[in-house]
Structures are given as C-alpha cells and as structure tokens.
Write a protein that binds this ligand. Structure first.
Ligand code: FES
Length: 412
C-alpha cells in the first residue's frame, strides 16, 4: 500500500502547481490533468452548455431552483446571468458529471471527485485552489477583473447616493444592517429638513430684514461736530434729534449754576412784588378828622361829656370858668406830660392823670403834677344844620394865646 502524503507534501505540491493526491496514490497513478484540470481548460469547459442540461422548453415547465443551479454550474442556457460567477467559481464539470447533473445537480458539482471515487476534502480543495486547478482557477482569475471593476464602480455608486437616496424596501422587511443604517440616515435627514422648514416659517420676514440691515437712526452724530454726514443723519432721524435735545435740556436744568441763578431770580421777583404792594396800600387806617357831635343844646352847663373820649380822644365841655362866658369847647384827652389819658373826676371837678398824678382844671389849665402846660383844644364850628363840628386836624394851645381864637370855642 502506498504511503499517504502529509499535509506539508500536499502544500508543497500545491505551491509547485501540482495537484494533490488525496487518494494516496502517486503522481503517475493520478495525472494532474484528470484530478484538477487547468484553469484554461476549466474556462473553456464552463461556458460550453451541456447536452443533458434541462431547459424549460425541453421540460415543458419552469425550472426549479436546483435545476437552475445545476444548469448554471454546468454552464447551461437556463442559468441566469448572475449565476455565471458561481459557475466559474465552481469546479469544472466533466462530461460524466454533466450527464448526471439534471438528475442530481448539487451532487454532480464536485466533478473532480469522479477520479477519486469520493468528494474532495477541504484540504484537497485548498490544494486545488492554490495549484490553480479546478474551480478555484477561474475564481482567482476572475478576482482581479472584479477588483478592477470595483474601484471604478465605487465613485459612481457614491455619486449616485449623493445625488439621490437609495431606494429601500419597507422598514419591516429590511434585514440587512447596511440597509437599516441607510434607512436611519435618511429618516434623520428628513427630520432635519422638516425642522429647518418650520424655523424658516416661524421667523417673521421683518425680523430677518432687521437682522440683516443696519438702522440709520441708531447712528447719532457727536455733539460739536457738524459734519455733512452727521447733519444728513440728523435730518433723516427726527426722533434721535428730539432725544438729543431733551437730553441736553435735562443736563442744563440739572447743573448747579443754573439752579443758583434760578433761585436768585425768583427771590428778586418776590421782593419786587412785595415792594409794589407796600407802595400802594388798599386800606386807609386814619379816621376822619371832622365829626359832628350834635346841637349845642344837648350839652349841660358846667359839665364834661365823655361820650367821645374812647372813640375820638376828646371831651366836650360846657363851662363859664375860663373867661366868664358860657362857651362850648373840645379838650384833647392826652396828658401834656408824657401822653397818658387823664380821667375826669366829677366829685373833685378836675382831670387827673393816672400816670404821674398831673391835675387839670375843668378849663384844662394844669395845676398839679409834672404836666408842664395846659391841655389842648380842637377846632369847633357850627354847621349849617346847627350841629357842632369838631375838627381834630387843628389844635389850639393856651400858652401860645390861641384859646382866644373864636375857632377854639363856640358860644352856647
Ligand atoms: Fe400825665 Fe405824667 S403823663 S402826669
């Protein structure tokens, strides 16, 4: 019995391009062309349709999945175009295996097992793939082409994704994680667009315009710089000009100098008004100087009438004691010492001053006390109606010889 090759030997043979000998036989017993055909041969055999491959027209019914797979592996016409890759990756199908394929397509796939009499093990498949034989050769040969196609396809796919979102099935039917991620990204983008649209609708157009443009009224000209630009700004902004005027007026009114001058002016005005009022009094306090005291017959002889003393400041005396004539005269009720009002003492028939004790006779001549001279008389006349009129504006003094004047008395 021949010795079974080790794994190292199989790998070494695979690196050299030879086929492994799963059956343990030598290379002479199992030729490499039979166990693992060359890739070129496999590529030529794969596209050739097998004679026994069933077709929908031969069967009179649609192909089942198994039949389609078997036809694809066998390179039949009934296989879909997408099945070309699995057919290329699959091990080459021999004529014997292809004959059995319509009946049991999955079992006919490992065609290389025909020379071995059993299916290939994993190690044998790996060795066949490394050696470039079997179904691995076309796959390896096809990879660079697919790899070359991928870099060219990626930018196109990316551009398509950016231009229009990829169409996805309903969320309940999505099973691929990539599709789920894409669906989540599309949902988030849609929500962002909705929020942005709501914000644009809620913002008033005036606020947008105000936020963009600068108000000319907010730029106030500096005081003391009457530049043309500032003047133009002031004319275009009356509100700002009024505000500036009121501000300046408030500053002037609140200054201490203005308050001091305003107080001084107010004081001067009040003083002038008071002086004017003093110069033009509206009440005359002095009583009239003339008064009617009645008819001469109303006065008794050798009597002193005190009815007018309190109000008018004189006595009306009818007496014959001064010059022996019955006359009526008016004596001022003021002491000639210091001006006190004397009292008439009817029991003693004299005027007595309460201040210093001066005494006066009924005629008015002083005889005691400090009074230096007699009492004074007022002017008395008789009116047209016969009443006696006393004029206080004119006085008559005895020491001056005035009592002899006829105006100083009337005949009773
Ligand atoms: Fe009349 Fe002096 S005032 S006595």
């Amino acid at each position: 019995m021949a010795k079974r090759p080790s794994v190292k030997e199989i790998l070494e043979l695979a690196r050299k391009g030879g086929a492994a000998q799963p059956s343990g036989g030598s290379a002479e017993e199992v030729p490499a062309e039979e166990s693992a055909p060359e890739p070129a041969a496999a590529m030529e055999a794969a596209p050739a349709p097998a004679a026994d491959v069933p077709t929908p027209s031969s069967l009179g019914r649609p192909l089942t999945l198994k039949e389609k797979l078997a036809a694809a592996r066998a390179g039949g016409a009934g296989a879909p175009p997408a099945a070309a890759k699995p057919a290329a990756a699959a091990p080459p199908v021999t004529e014997e295996a292809g004959a059995e394929a319509p009946a049991e397509a999955p079992r006919a796939v490992p065609a290389p097992a025909a020379p071995l009499g059993r299916p290939m093990t994993l190690k044998e498949k790996l060795a066949a793939a490394r050696s470039g034989g079997g179904g691995a050769a076309p796959a390896a040969g096809a990879k660079p082409a697919a790899g070359a196609a991928k870099p060219a396809a990626k930018p196109a796919a990316a551009a398509g994704a950016k231009a229009a979102p990829r169409a996805l099935p309903p969320l309940e039917k999505i099973t691929d994680p990539k599709d789920l991620a894409e669906a989540a990204r599309q949902t988030a983008a849609k929500k962002e667009k909705e929020v942005a649209a709501k914000l644009a609708e809620a913002t008033p157009p005036k606020a947008k315009a105000a936020s963009k443009e600068v108000k000319p009224s907010t730029v106030l000209p500096k005081p003391g710089r009457a530049t043309p630009g500032a003047t133009a700004a002031a004319t275009t902004a009356p509100v700002s000009r009024r505000r500036q005027f009121f501000k300046a007026a408030a500053e002037v009114c609140l200054s201490w100098l203005f308050i001091a001058w305003a107080t001084f002016a107010a004081g001067c005005a009040i003083f002038t008004a008071m002086m004017g009022r003093f110069m033009f009094p509206n009440v005359l306090a002095e009583p009239p100087s003339t008064i009617k005291i009645g008819l001469p017959s109303n006065f008794d002889p050798e009597d002193v009438n005190e009815r007018f003393k309190a109000e008018w400041g004189f006595w009306v005396v009818r007496s014959t004691r001064y010059n022996g004539q019955d006359i009526i005269y008016a004596l001022q009720s003021v002491c000639t010492h210091l001006g006190c009002p004397p009292n008439w003492l009817a029991g003693e028939q004299k005027f007595k001053c309460p201040c210093h004790g001066s005494g006066f006779y009924i005629s008015g001549i002083n005889f005691e006390g400090p009074a230096p001279r007699p009492l004074e008389r007022f002017k008395v006349t008789v009116a047209d109606d016969g009443q006696i009129i006393v004029d206080k504006s004119q006085k008559f003094q005895q020491e001056l010889g005035q009592w002899s004047d006829t105006d100083s008395y009337i005949q009773a």
